[in-house]
Write a protein that binds this ligand. Structure first.
Ligand code: SF4
Ligand code: SF4
Length: 129
């Protein structure tokens, strides 16, 4: 799988991650964040809570994080240019691995790309304002 990844495209991925409103942290149609017991325990230790308390506060359907009305993960916080994970150090494995050494699939969606591309251009000085 990694053999097919293009270094330049992967580098571009990281640039977009810096300015992306974290589409991968939303429950979009067809996507789901699946948590393992290890993920929950890692988060519990980070938050200094018991695993059961983490499940009660933050988890629904036994294996995914609750989301807000707009579909965003309960741990997504707003940043100035981009949104950030408030539990980055203890984020689940799926969040660490995505987009699995492949170009981010969300960057191939024109509607989402149109939202973040102007921010990238601005940060690179490609726009006058
Ligand atoms: S949606 Fe893609 S580009 Fe945006 S933060 Fe997630 S991995 Fe990065
Ligand atoms: S745990 Fe963090 S990285 Fe994972 S979906 Fe929630 S906000 Fe995003």
């Amino acid at each position: 799988m990694t053999d097919t990844a293009q270094p330049t495209e992967m580098g571009l991925n990281r640039v977009f991650c810096n300015y992306c409103p974290a589409f991968c942290c939303y429950r979009l149609e067809g996507s789901i964040l699946l948590l393992t017991a290890t993920d929950i325990n890692r988060l519990a230790r980070h938050l200094q809570l018991g695993d059961g308390e983490v499940r009660k506060r933050y988890i629904e359907n036994r294996n995914t994080f609750k989301v807000r009305e707009d579909g965003s993960c309960v741990f997504l916080s707003n940043g100035k240019l981009s949104k950030r994970c408030s539990v980055h150090e203890a984020r689940p494995q799926q969040c660490r691995d995505f987009p699995y050494d492949e170009p981010c699939p969300y960057l191939h969606r024109e509607d989402l790309l149109a939202e973040i591309y102007p921010r990238v251009e601005k940060s690179m000085g490609l726009q006058s304002e």
